[in-house]
Design a protein around this ligand. Structure first.
Ligand code: PEP
Length: 246
């Protein structure tokens, strides 16, 4: 099973920079890459990036979706629409959405359900804050988020989980590989208890992954890919991460 490297561009990019980055990655990936790759640009750039990566091994992903199929939700995007414009993945429950938009585990679960119904693979994010970690609450927070955010019918084939310690996102700090291995094993165990076989479940690590630290993180037990923020905006650095996959 190949690792999955997903680039979360967040609220960055212009049509020109998106075109350059997507074209550059397509040229690097050629017919095959060491990892499965997904690009998650801001919603207004999805169609442009989708056109650039069409026919390549790179998949398209969105950064969020609404739980409803359609309706009066100004500014939101439905999972169905994302699916119809060519997305394969959608990130749900990113800590920035949990914080900036007050999204709860129940909200995240509803979005993941909508994503699956639309044929998308939700990349469901979980992770503890600095304070929670310092209080020794990492396991209980992860357990609550995984149990509360995953659709009841989640399987290892229809969802991806991203473990992203909030204190490591965009800070340059990364969890130790020992801590990452412990949390990933814990997530796999919770998943197995509630949803069955977890051996094939993709669990990405996210939090300041870059070319220079990717090899160690991606070779860590239980890590089957990365959700990459800042470094996904740099063609060379993102490609180093893809190449660092075991
Ligand atoms: C993220 O946004 O999911 C992320 C992990 O960001 P960064 O790689 O910049 O820490």
């Amino acid at each position: 099973m190949k690792h999955l490297i997903a680039g979360n561009w967040k609220m960055n990019g212009t049509p020109a920079s998106a075109e350059a980055l997507a074209s550059g990655l397509v040229a690097r990936a050629k017919g095959a890459a060491k990892a499965d790759i997904a690009l998650c640009p801001p919603a207004p750039l999805l169609a442009l990036v989708g056109a650039k990566i069409s026919g390549s091994v790179i998949a398209l992903g969105a950064q969020d979706c609404h739980a409803d199929e359609k309706g009066a939700h100004t500014g939101d995007t439905s999972a169905l629409l994302l699916s119809e414009i060519g997305c394969r993945f959608v990130i749900v429950g990113h800590s920035e959405r949990r914080t900036d938009h007050g999204e709860t585990d129940a909200d995240v679960k509803a979005k993941a359900v909508a994503a699956m119904k639309a044929g998308l693979i939700p990349i469901i994010c979980v992770g503890e804050t600095d304070q929670q970690r310092e209080r020794g609450e990492t396991s209980s927070v992860i357990e609550r988020q995984v149990k509360g955010s995953l659709p009841d019918d989640a399987t290892s084939a229809n969802i991806v989980i991203a473990y992203e310690p909030v204190w490591a996102i965009g800070t340059g700090k990364t969890a130790t590989t020992a801590d990452i291995a412990t949390v990933h094993a814990y997530i796999r165990k919770i998943f197995e208890d509630g949803h069955g076989a977890a051996a094939a479940l993709k669990i990405l690590y996210g939090g300041s992954v870059k070319g220079s630290n990717a090899a160690a993180i991606l070779a860590t037990a239980g890590v089957t890919g990365a959700l990459v923020g800042g470094a996904s905006l740099d063609l060379e650095d993102f490609w180093r991460i893809v190449e660092a996959c075991p």
